[in-house]
Ligand binder design. Structure first.
Ligand SMILES: Cc1ncc(COP(=O)(O)O)c(C=O)c1O
Length: 464
C-alpha cells in the first residue's frame, strides 16, 4: 500500500476511533464528557484548509514557496484587523508581546538555550545579510585580513552566493567553494570535500573566518551532515559558522544545541505552514558577536538584534504573529510536526521511487539524504543539455500538463559517456506536503511518459 493510501486509511481509522470513543462516552454514564482529544484532522479537512490552491495544478513543489492553510490565513487577517482597528494601541501595546510569544515558541521548537538567541526576520535572505554584514565590517575595520576566507558549498543558494559576493568578496575576503558530488551516495563524500576546502583556506597561513553550510541544499536537494561539518569547523579553528537552513524547520528535526552553529536560519513559510514571510535567525549567545544588526536600521538600533528586528518601521508584522495559530494547526496532525515530517519523508521517497521505476532512472541520493523532497532522474531521451532546457521544460510541464515542479540540470558524468551510456542530465525535485495526493505524482509520471512516447526533446522548446 502506498503511503497516500496508508494516510487515507489512517485518517479513516482515526475518524472511526473518534466515533468509537464518543459512543463509549455516550454509553458510559459515569464518564464526564471529554473534549475530542483524539480527533486528528481528516482528509476532507485538509482539503478545506488548502482549498485556495489552484485545483488545476499538481503542486509538487512545496519547497519553493511553501504553503499556508486557511485557518492560519484567517488568524493572520485577524491580526491585520487588530492593527487597522486601532493602530496606536496595537503598535505600542500588543505588537511586541505578540512577537515575543512567537520567539518563545520557536526557541522551544529548535531547542535554543535562551529566547534572546532567537530573532524573527522576513526570510533567510535577510538573515544572511545580518550575518554577512558583520563579516564585511570585520574586513573593512581591519579585524580580518584580505586573504582570509569564507568557505561555502558549491550548491549554496544563488541569492546567498550573491550576498557573499556583496558583503565578503567586495570587502576583500576570499571565497572557497566546496565541490560536492551529485548524485551523492553518502555523507562521507560530502565530509571529504568539505575538509579539502578548509585545508585550502588554511594553506599559506590563511584563516577561515566563516563557513556557510546549507542544512538542506536547494538544488539539488540533499540533507547535508551539518552537525559533522560544524564539528569539523570547530576542530579546524573556523571563526564563525552560519547554517543556511531555509528549508529545515518542519522538514527535518532541529536542535540548536546539538548542531552547535553560531548562526542558523530557517524560513517558517516553507515547511512550517506560516504565511510569507517569516524566518528565524538563531545566534548562539556565547560567544555572540556584538556587531549583529538588522540591515534596515530603525529606532531600536543598538538594543540587540532580536529587539531591532521586531521594529523595522511601519509594516505588516502579521506573518510573525501567527506562530501560535500555526502550532494549533500542526497539532491537529498525529505526532505534531515530527509526525508530519516523518510521513512526508516516507511519502516523497515512495513517490520518487515510483517515478524513477516508471522512467527507468534513479534517485539523486539515498533516501536517508532526502528530506520531504527528492531528486528524481528524468529520462535521458528528453535531451536536457543545459540550464535553459530545465527552465523551459518546467514551463512546458506547467502550461501543458498542469504540473509545478522544478528541474535541475546536471552536467553529464564522463564515465557513463565514455561507456557510451545515456546519462541522466536532468532531475526533478519533487516535494511532499500534507496536501499532496498520489494523483499529483501519477500526473507527473504520465506527462513524462507521454513526452517520451511522442519523441519530444528539449530542442523542440526553442522552435517558436
Ligand atoms: C537554501 C536556501 N537558502 C536561502 C533561500 C532564500 O529564502 P527566502 O527567499 O525566503 O529568503 C532559499 C529559498 O528557497 C533556499 O532554498
Amino acid at each position: 500500500m502506498d503511503s497516500h493510501h496508508q494516510e487515507e486509511e489512517h485518517h479513516k481509522e482515526n475518524g472511526d476511533s473518534i466515533t468509537h470513543n464518543n459512543n463509549n462516552n455516550n454509553n458510559d454514564n459515569h464518564a464526564p464528557k471529554k473534549p475530542k482529544l483524539s480527533q486528528w484532522i481528516t482528509e476532507s479537512e485538509i482539503r478545506q484548509e488548502f482549498s485556495h490552491h489552484d485545483p488545476r495544478i499538481a503542486r509538487i513543489n512545496n519547497g519553493s514557496f511553501g504553503s499556508c492553510p486557511r485557518s492560519v490565513l484567517s488568524a493572520q487577517t485577524e491580526w491585520q484587523l487588530r492593527f487597522l482597528r486601532q493602530p496606536d494601541a496595537f503598535y505600542f501595546n500588543h505588537l511586541q508581546k505578540g512577537i515575543l510569544e512567537s520567539r518563545k515558541l520557536i526557541k522551544d521548537l529548535i531547542n535554543a538555550d535562551d529566547v534572546e538567541e532567537v530573532s524573527i526576520v522576513d526570510n533567510a535572505t535577510t538573515a544572511t545579510a545580518i550575518v554577512l554584514q558583520q563579516i564585511g565590517w570585520a574586513y573593512t575595520e581591519g579585524r580580518f585580513q584580505k586573504g582570509d576566507s569564507t568557505v561555502m558549498l558549491h550548491y549554496a543558494y544563488g541569492a546567498v552566493k550573491k550576498s557573499i559576493q556583496a558583503y565578503v568578496s567586495r570587502a576583500g575576503g576570499q571565497v572557497i567553494e566546496v565541490h560536492l558530488p551529485f548524485p551523492v551516495n553518502s555523507n562521507e563524500e560530502i565530509i571529504v570535500e568539505f575538509r579539502k576546502a578548509l585545508e585550502k583556506g588554511k594553506s599559506n597561513g590563511g584563516k577561515v573566518r566563516l563557513a556557510v553550510i546549507d542544512h538542506i541544499t536547494s538544488m539539488p536537494s540533499v540533507v547535508i551532515p551539518v552537525k559533522d561539518l560544524v564539528k569539523i569547523c570547530r576542530e579546524e579553528g573556523v571563526d564563525q559558522v552560519f547554517v543556511d537552513a531555509a528549508h529545515a524547520i518542519g522538514n527535518v528535526h532541529l536542535d540548536m544545541k546539538e548542531i552547535g552553529a553560531d548562526f542558523y536560519t530557517s524560513n517558517l513559510h516553507k515547511w512550517f505552514f506560516c504565511p510569507p514571510s517569516i524566518a528565524f535567525l538563531y545566534c548562539r549567545k556565547s560567544p555572540l558577536p556584538s556587531d549583529l544588526h538588522h540591515p534596515v536600521v530603525s529606532h531600536e538600533y543598538g538594543n540587540g538584534l532580536a529587539v531591532e528586528s521586531a521594529w523595522i518601521g511601519t509594516r505588516d508584522y502579521s506573518s510573525q504573529l501567527v506562530v501560535p495559530s500555526v502550532l494549533e494547526f500542526i497539532n491537529r496532525f498525529e505526532g505534531g510536526i515530527e509526525g508530519i515530517m516523518e510521513r512526508n519523508h516516507k511519502a516523497v521517497v515512495e513517490m520518487g521511487e515510483m517515478l524513477a521505476k516508471a522512467w527507468g532512472t534513479h534517485l539523486g541520493s539515498p533516501s536517508s539524504m532526502c528530506p520531504s523532497m527528492a531528486m528524481v532522474g528524468l529520462p535521458p531521451c528528453l535531451g536536457i543539455s543545459r540550464e535553459a532546457d530545465c527552465a523551459r521544460l518546467r514551463v512546458h510541464l506547467r502550461d501543458n500538463f498542469g504540473i509545478e515542479v522544478p528541474i535541475y540540470f546536471q552536467e553529464t558524468i564522463e564515465e557513463g559517456e565514455l561507456k557510451g551510456e545515456a546519462c541522466i542530465s536532468g532531475y526533478a525535485r519533487i516535494s511532499h506536503q500534507v496536501y499532496n495526493t498520489l494523483d499529483d505524482y501519477c500526473r507527473f509520471r504520465d506527462a513524462i511518459n507521454q513526452l517520451v512516447k511522442d519523441g519530444f526533446t528539449c530542442q523542440l522548446l526553442y522552435s517558436n
